[in-house]
Design a protein around this ligand. Structure first.
Ligand code: N01
Length: 553
């Protein structure tokens, strides 16, 4: 990786661009490419040393994508998708980062990116219709448009655990992992958290550590990844049909992952509902999906996220699987989720997670039965007085999702209105793209869009294309200012809630709801109607002359 700080030492002092973009993850990178293609001058600020966003930061052992590689990749360049070869069904974090670097090199992106610059302020000036953006390195630049490509899961949650700062051993955050290799050999390691990150890291750490203690507050449902090297013949056949697959991802009813309409799922066609089917039929179907692996398991019966009875059947199936794998019955019981319907917290996808608890060097501590009292310099003391001595502690405690990255920036819109105030009771947006009071400010995969309930690459490309097309339209028609009208934003917020309330999602107590952050308003943030429906709405808005937005000179 290049030392970008040396390569780009100069600060922006009062420079003017056509567009300023915040964040060089997959969203920011594609934005830069598209904006350049329109001949617009663009400045992109990024806090990391290089591109990749979430894949730049999340380097913990075992980190890999839980969406399949052939679907979780850019579709905008057929040359790119043809020349790039993924090695496994689910790509590892290093491979995804290599892909991001390859894209940056291929499209010569880095020359317009200023790395190691965290944006601290973005203020709109009504008189000049411009955004002024500042960074922690003293940059100051202006542009008529500002696009927030800040990611949905980019601000780590600092858990409120007494004594954490006193720990004198090695302390690692899953989401801020060191760039140097970390060895656990012979060490007593503790992991706090059992979400997607921990569930990927735990089996890998267990193989190296002398002893591993997992501190679990809420068990999660996890399905096997069944990861494997990709068969070149399958890849060739898939790539030969890439445009059709991509179309299916974009327009499908669900999350933009699968190819069920083109290639029937090898586990069998999904059922609409479990009603009227025998136990044997349902079990056989679920077994088929389980053996194929991956998050598509949750789609085996279409109404799993709508109907509590179906959901219970699917959840029981997974709990039976856990009990069948984990030999110690008390550990198996503690690993079985009972406090939320399956899928209402993001389903995890693992490689030998439950099997790990059969190892002699791994112990599960159920924090519901035995809470932490405090962290000491050499371990963790429990409320019952017992003590776990640790050399290393890993925190996989999640993120201030969807709103955290935007609220960290002092964003001020028209007449100095603050974003923090606007979102005090939860995020309010129109389409997850724009906000009343914040003219010419666009969000990529913002709250109110499918975002985290979808294949992020599908949603990112859609939002980038929508945003760039909108800027082009405005320039062509001489509009200097765009902003949603209040009624459109109100109706969209109501609609997002209505859709969520028609599902089981709000019962999950998840980060989708902000429930993992003490004091955060409980609002279901993503749009749950699927990427196909959402795209139709966004396209209709454009076809109707940007319905719900107002333009100004
Ligand atoms: O975070 P999480 P994550 N004391 O919020 C626990 C994406 N992702 O980083 O549930 C003790 O899911 C917390 O417990 P509880 C994916 O979308 C994708 O694992 O609050 N425990 C929970 O167990 C995912 O959903 C990939 O009771 C505490 C855990 O920490 C999202 O990122 C890979 C605690 C946090 O789990 C977030 O996953 C990895 C405390 N004080 C992640 N505070 C891909 O493969 C929190 N916890 C693409």
């Amino acid at each position: 990786m290049s030392n970008t700080a040396e390569k780009y030492p100069q600060r922006d002092e009062g420079k003017r661009f056509d567009v300023i973009v915040v964040g060089a993850g997959f969203a920011g990178m594609y934005l830069l490419h598209r904006l350049r293609g329109m001949g617009l001058t663009t400045r992109l600020y990024e806090a990391g040393h290089s591109v990749g966003g979430t894949w730049y930061w999340n380097r913990y052992p075992g980190a890999r994508c839980d969406a399949e590689s052939l679907a979780y990749s850019y579709s905008f360049s057929s040359e790119l998708e043809t020349e790039w070869n993924w090695s496994e069904r689910y790509a590892t974090q290093p491979e995804i980062l290599r892909y991001a670097e390859h894209v940056a090199d291929k499209f010569d992106l880095k020359r317009d990116i200023r790395f190691e610059r965290r944006v601290t302020r973005a203020h709109y000036d009504d008189r000049s219709s411009t955004w002024t953006v500042e960074t922690d390195r003293g940059d100051r630049a202006t542009a008529p448009f500002c696009v927030m490509a800040t990611g949905c899961l980019s601000v780590p949650q600092e858990p409120q655990i007494a004594g954490l700062k006193e720990f004198a051993g090695n302390l690692y955050w899953a989401s801020r992992w060191p760039h140097q290799p970390v060895s656990f050999a012979g060490q007593r390691v503790g992991v706090i958290g059992t979400g997607s990150s921990a569930i990927q890291a735990i089996p890998v750490i267990a193989e190296q550590a002398g002893h591993l203690t997992v501190f679990q507050r809420t068990p999660n449902f996890s399905v096997p990844a069944c990861n494997a090297p990709l068969d070149p013949a399958f890849v060739d056949a898939f790539k030969a049909n890439y445009p059709a697959h991509r179309r299916n991802h974009r327009l499908g009813m669900g999350a933009g992952f699968g190819d069920l309409q083109i290639e029937p799922h090898p586990g069998g066609p999904a059922l609409e509902t479990a009603a009227g089917k025998s136990q044997t039929e349902i079990r056989a179907l679920l077994e088929g999906y389980w053996r194929i692996g991956g998050a598509n398991f949750i789609g085996a019966i279409a109404d799993t996220m709508l109907n509590p009875d179906t959901n219970r059947i699917v959840a029981d199936f997974v709990r039976d699987k856990i009990r069948a794998v984990v030999k110690d019955p008390a550990t198996a019981d503690a690993l079985c989720p009972t406090s939320h319907p399956i899928g209402t917290k993001r389903i995890c996808v693992d490689s030998a997670y439950y099997e790990t608890y059969n190892r002699a060097n791994v112990k599960l501590v159920n924090l519901r039965a035995d809470p932490i009292d405090r962290v000491m310099h050499n371990g963790i003391r429990m409320k019952d007085g017992s003590f776990h001595e640790l050399d290393t502690l890993v925190l996989a405690t999640g993120f201030d999702a969807m709103t955290g990255a935007l609220l960290r920036i002092d964003v001020r819109g028209s007449n100095g209105a603050s974003l923090a105030q606007k979102w005090a009771a939860g995020p309010r947006t129109y389409l997850g793209i724009g906000m009343v009071g914040f003219p010419n400010l666009f969000m990529i995969t913002g709250p109110g869009s499918p975002s985290v309930l979808s294949n992020m690459l599908v949603s990112i490309e859609q939002h980038v294309d929508w945003t760039v097309d909108c800027v082009e339209y405005m320039r062509k028609h001489g509009h200097r200012r765009i902003e949603p009208v209040p009624a459109a934003e109100d109706q969209w917020v109501d609609h997002v809630n209505e859709v969520a309330n028609g599902t089981l999602f709000p019962q999950g107590g998840s980060w989708y709801l902000g429930a993992n952050i003490p004091g955060k308003p409980r609002v279901f943030m993503p749009y749950a109607a699927g990427v196909g429906v959402y795209r139709e709405i966004c396209d209709r808005v454009v076809a109707n002359g940007y319905e719900g937005f107002s333009f100004g000179a």
